[in-house]
Design a protein around this ligand. Sequence first.
Ligand code: AMP
Length: 113
Amino acid sequence: MAETIFSRIIDRTIPARIEHEDDLCLAFHDVSPQAPVHILVIPKKAIPSVAHLEASDASTVGHLVLVAAQLASRLGLTDGYRLVFNCGRDGGQSVDHLHLHLLGGRSLSWPPG
Ligand code: AMP
């Protein structure tokens, strides 16, 4: 798969503010935060998007969600938060490496734009 900004964060060739790392994933602060807390949780496996998921990726995706929930708790998002996977052009995806946005720390409007 083609190299992306996120694969370069995983291999540490570009810097990021990392909050969590384990065998399956990395979580780091978004460079352009849209809320007081805006973290991206990404798999180390290079999956381009939700549309490219295979059945064998189910536990990895579940792990991303669990890590996001643990980070939300650790960072004190007791009033709630939002988890978002943007997918494809209409979904607003700009980096072709699967990533889960964790947004919190303010009241978030709905529906999104
Ligand atoms: P999306 O639009 O869903 O593909 O989200 C991509 C996100 O990656 C955006 O919120 C960007 O601000 C964020 N981003 C892009 N480059 C970096 C970087 N070098 N470090 C951290 N976040 C980044």
